[in-house]
Design a protein around this ligand. Structure first.
Ligand SMILES: Nc1ncnc2c1ncn2[C@@H]1O[C@H](COP(=O)(O)OP(=O)(O)OP(=O)(O)O)[C@@H](O)[C@H]1O
Ligand SMILES: [Mg+2]
Length: 1027
């Protein structure tokens, strides 16, 4: 579908298009739902959590590239049927590309920006993949075609530049020299505005030439990314095409700059999320993107007439370079790309909002006349004047005097200047062509090598950069590593790569790989230390995360599809080798728990990042180790539900024995800052040539991403079930405190003691048979934390302490026990008295179905204790915490008419049962008046009830231990490095636990049955005596 809005904006408003891509593999596996729909140029997005909540937006163009397509024989994605709704690359180009081209040919500056979250299809739209060429190559094709078609009327010159902005540094992607430390400078000139000083501009006169330059640029980007350990999705890629059209007849020159911008993933600007962190990364992660957002917002405000004092163009490199594109002299188009999946709702909505703001920006584009052409024009005019004077002088007969000599000299000088200006282009073009031919020869050579030798192919997280680098393994023995001095070497750079990392041997049509001492080599997910024979399409990971696909001898290749071996494939394989995988049956099935899938993908996304962080820490002498852990949120759920799981990163300062737990977001932010610190270190190292490891990229502590002040750490938790309180039965428990991976952290002795308002423990006579008797009445109880035993945390390092934290009912803040230090079995002796002044049904339900989660917090030397915040907590003068005030509260927000109806039904039924009861009571009263047995009959109740209460108490006691057993079973997992034997042992242990569990359960139920039967029997016997 290619839709164009009927009412377009005024000519110079930024035009905005949105495009929705197909589901990717992850989204398909997760059984994602498409939450985006399109009708002509309007797009609607639905909140997946609330089907009624929808938001609609209207743009200049909307492209549906989500479904209704097929792949033709040449690999092109085309609509399933002619005229189908699928928008292919061609149709996007026809609207957006043709417009840009037309503007450029008219002499306007033109800009095309792609904005969207990582993986949403920016590069697909801008650059394209394989045969599905994107806007840039198509635009170049058409540009040179137009130049050819118009060559009678004008002479055209095209200059091509390609740059990357990474971390506010400009990198020339076409530079032939080595990289300028700190990047190229952005300068400002009155006439030109902002420009990059020293950026290579290459004259081009054909589309293949441009394509090849783009390939060269992508290769530079790929190698730079691995060398510097830079994440490409954080960088912005800018292609600048300068088009100069010289209309000799009209004596005018039109000059236009075409900026083609593939922006960094939009989520990066907000990556610090809602999470508070000591280092305010959000602003540092991508200053350019944040500033772009601010500039767009300010300009959108200007457009609606708001007073805006300052537009912050100067705050970042990107906005400086795009100043003319935003609110200036340019015709600008933005393509906002979206994922249609429910899991991307937040990001997609934010992209749409962003695009909506951009739509309001108004530009003032004018046709540009080039200053050089003006000079030629002026020189020509001057020459014409000179010639006139000369001819006048000639007519006067003064042919050879000084004045005519001077005039002739001037004339020649001017002509030379004109020729110089006009021939410069020819010369440049010739030079560029030579360069191009050399590159072309290299490419031809590479293609020939691919047909002869096995090789390894780089695989990058950014699909756009995958398959760019090919390293050939010719016959014989080849060292691979940082080294480039040995005679037979394959030089690679990257995190964790050693001088001599491994050896490839290509002998007798077999290729083997031998890791050298101390180097990390992974083949198909498994770490190898011995010589390993490689098979076609084996996956190699060298160092911490340099990923390559091995392509075997041409005879082994066949027509297989290599595209499935993408970055995710490598990481999933690695995770599987570590015991984290989705079974064949679960991946791709719609029954897979989406939250489990999300954790799985988080895990494989974070795994390489953790490996890189560890490597950087090692190289920078930070003494910090990172480890991924899956945290089961059931551990902190008061109902013990097996809720979502979450990934956390355990950070350990090895020497100091300090531990932190970082959330995923915090780690991702810190990882970016670590990359920056690492790059700084690399730059310093290469400048000063300092000895390895000496510099630690000396950052002040408060700016160091590897460092954090020590803080309390949540070690694990235990559930103390509250059900017995609903019967006023005391409970004494030995609870197992379990860590997030099911490890036993400690045993905690705790009690729940129903008591009087003065704190006296209640006895068996106060036990209730029917908890509803509590309704509307006061309930007092004490939570007693007696002792912790076998604290693993303290056993590991004595200078540590612990505290217990817990939250009850509606209390918004947790309570903490006082800290105890240096003791593996500390006495806690902590008692808290709670009271409900008017027990409601809601509290009763809570008691019957929930547990108080007792959290074990680890304290480390230098960290401050956790203190209970008593904000909003009501307390009596005696220090009793009130968990529920007097009076029924909480009118549930239900539809009033439905509630009234329900109330009416309830009242009716209560009324009828009251009548029945009334009737029975009246009969009983009569009988009592007549006899007296009834009174005696009623006296049986208390003694039977007491017996019943006692058996209930026993039953609840046994049930808590059954529940504990069930929790243990739930968390019981095989250890991470289990082999087959390990799994067998695990299964044996699991069946033993299951057997114990069922025996305990049987036993408790049968005891209760027997007790109840005995009570009933006795009651019958007694009533038999009386009747
Ligand atoms: N319209 C589309 N049709 C088919 N496939 C698409 C489309 N858009 C994107 N894709 C696929 O989705 C994947 C991610 O797209 P792309 O590389 O363009 O993302 P990106 O937005 O550039 O991400 P990043 O910010 O990481 O660079 C690619 O494999 C690409 O082939
Ligand atoms: Mg991209």
């Amino acid at each position: 579908m290619r839709a164009k809005a009927a009412g377009m904006h005024s000519k110079d408003c930024v035009k905005v298009a949105v495009r929705v891509r197909p589901f990717n593999k992850r989204e398909r596996d997760a059984g994602s739902r498409c939450i985006v729909s399109m009708v002509t140029s309007s797009i609607t997005i639905q909140d997946p959590r609330e089907s009624q909540s929808r938001r609609s937006f209207c743009f200049d163009y909307a492209y549906w590239s989500h479904s209704g397509f097929t792949r033709d024989r040449g690999g092109l994605y085309v609509p399933e049927e002619p005229g189908g709704r699928y928008s292919d690359q061609d149709s996007v180009f026809q609207d957006l590309g043709e417009g840009v081209l037309e503007n450029a040919l008219q002499g306007y500056n033109a800009t095309l920006l792609a904005y969207g979250q990582t993986g949403s299809g920016k590069s697909y739209s801008m650059v394209g993949y394989g045969p599905n060429k994107g806007l840039v190559p198509k635009l170049c094709d058409r540009l040179f075609q137009a130049i050819r078609e118009n060559q009678d009327t004008r002479q055209c010159q095209v200059f091509f530049s390609m740059l990357e902005i990474y971390n506010e540094q400009v990198v020339d992607l076409l530079s032939r020299g080595s990289r300028t430390p700190g990047g190229l400078r952005v300068r400002e000139e009155q006439q030109r505005g902002f420009y990059v000083e020293g950026l290579r501009t290459v004259p081009c006169d054909s589309a293949p030439q441009v394509e090849q330059l783009m390939e060269q640029g992508t290769r530079t980007r790929t190698t730079a990314a691995t060398h510097m350990n830079a994440n490409s999705s954080r960088s912005h890629m800018l292609i600048i095409l300068q088009l100069k059209q010289i209309f000799s007849k009209e004596s005018i020159t039109k000059q236009s700059n075409i900026n083609l911008v593939d922006l960094a993933g939009s989520e990066r600007q907000r990556s610090s999320g809602s999470e508070a962190d000591r280092l305010k990364e959000g602003t540092a992660i991508n200053l350019s993107l944040t500033t772009l957002g601010n500039v767009i917002s300010s300009l959108a405000d200007v457009a609606v007439g708001k007073k805006v004092v300052h537009i912050p163009y100067r705050d970042s490199v990107l906005t400086k370079l795009l100043q003319s594109a935003l609110g200036g002299n340019s015709r600008t188009v933005m393509i906002a790309t979206l994922s249609p999946a429910d899991i991307c709702y937040e990001e997609s909505l934010s992209t749409l909002r962003y695009a909506e703001r951009a739509k309001r920006i108004q530009n003032r584009a004018v046709v540009n006349e080039s200053p050089t052409e003006r000079l030629v024009k002026e020189l020509k005019a001057e020459n014409a004047r000179l010639l006139q004077r000369l001819s006048r002088l000639g007519q006067e007969g003064r042919r050879a005097n000084d004045e005519t000599k001077e005039l002739r000299q001037l004339l020649t000088h001017n002509e030379l200047q004109i020729r110089a200006i006009q021939t410069l282009w020819e010369q440049h073009l010739q030079e560029a062509l030579k360069d191009w031919e050399q590159q072309y020869a290299n490419i031809t050579q590479e293609r020939r090598m691919m047909q002869m030798h096995p090789y390894i192919l780089n695989i990058n997280e950014d699909t756009q950069l995958s398959g760019v680098v090919k390293l050939f393994i010719q016959e014989g023995e080849w060292d691979i590593g940082l080294c480039d001095s040995t005679p037979r070497y394959i030089s690679i750079k990257g995190l964790g790569i050693q001088e001599r990392h491994a050896v490839f041997r290509n002998e007798q049509r077999r290729v083997t790989l031998t890791p050298l001492a101390g180097s990390k080599v992974i083949v198909n997910g498994n770490s190898v230390s011995q010589t390993t024979e490689l098979q076609h399409l084996d996956r190699l990971i060298l160092g911490s995360n340099c990923t390559y696909l091995f392509i075997g001898f041409p005879s082994e290749r066949g027509g297989d599809d290599w595209s499935r071996y993408d970055y995710d494939y490598f990481q999933s394989e690695l995770a599987a080798a570590e015991g984290i995988h989705l079974g064949e049956s679960s991946a791709g099935s719609s029954q897979t728990d989406p939250s489990l899938l999300a954790v799985f993908y988080d895990f494989i996304k974070l795994m390489p990042m953790v490996a890189e962080a560890n490597q950087m820490s090692q190289e920078l002498n930070k003494d910090v180790e990172f480890k991924l852990e899956i945290k089961n949120l059931a551990l902190s759920d008061s109902k013990g539900h097996d809720l979502k799981k979450e990934i956390v990163i355990i950070v350990t300062a090895v020497g100091r024995k300090q531990v932190w737990m970082w959330s995923k977001t915090k780690f991702v932010n810190r990882k970016f800052l670590m990359e920056d610190a690492y790059q700084l270190h690399q730059a310093e190292k290469s400048r000063d040539n300092i000895a390895e490891g000496l510099s630690t990229a000396v950052l002040p502590r408060d700016k160091d991403p590897f460092w954090d002040p020590v803080e309390p750490l949540l070690l694990g938790s235990a559930h103390l079930w509250l059900q017995s309180l609903a019967f006023r039965i005391p409970l004494e428990e030995q609870l197992e405190v379990l860590g997030s991976e099911g490890t036993e952290e400690a045993i905690l002795q705790a009690q729940l003691v129903p008591c009087t308002s003065t704190g006296l423990a209640q006895g068996e006579d106060d036990i209730l048979i029917d908890p509803s008797e509590l309704l509307g009445r006061r309930l007092d109880f004490q939570l007693v934390l007696e002792q912790c035993c076998g604290l693993r945390w303290i056993r590991e390092a004595r200078d540590r302490g612990v505290q217990i934290g817990f939250r009850l009912f509606d209390c918004s803040h947790p309570f903490y026990s006082p800290a105890v230090w240096h003791n593996v079995n500390p006495l806690l002796d902590h008692r808290v008295h709670f009271a409900s002044l008017h027990t409601s049904q809601r509290l009763l339900d809570y008691l019957q179905s929930s547990a108080v989660v007792l959290e074990l917090w680890g304290l480390q030397e230098g960290c401050t204790d956790l203190v209970s915040s008593l904000e909003g907590v009501r307390m009596t003068a005696e220090g009793i915490f009130i968990i529920e005030e007097a009076g029924p509260a909480n009118p549930a927000p239900v539809d009033c008419s439905v509630r009234a109806q329900q109330d009416m039904e309830e009242l009716k039924s209560v009324n009828s049962s009251l009548r029945k009861e009334n009737h029975i009571l009246r009969e009983q009263l009569n009988a009592a008046r007549n006899g007296g047995e009834g009174v005696r009959g009623r006296s049986v109740r208390p003694s039977c009830d007491a017996e019943f209460a006692r058996s209930l108490k026993v039953f609840y006691h046994s049930m808590t231990s059954v529940r504990g057993q069930l929790q243990r079973l739930r968390r019981h997992r095989p250890s991470e490095d289990s082999d087959l034997l390990g799994f067998r042992l695990f299964v044996d242990e699991q069946s033993r636990l299951l057997r114990d569990f069922s025996e305990q359960l049987e036993q408790s139920v049968s005891t209760l049955k027997q007790d109840v039967a005995a009570i009933v029997r006795r009651k019958r016997e007694r009533s038999g005596i009386w009747s």
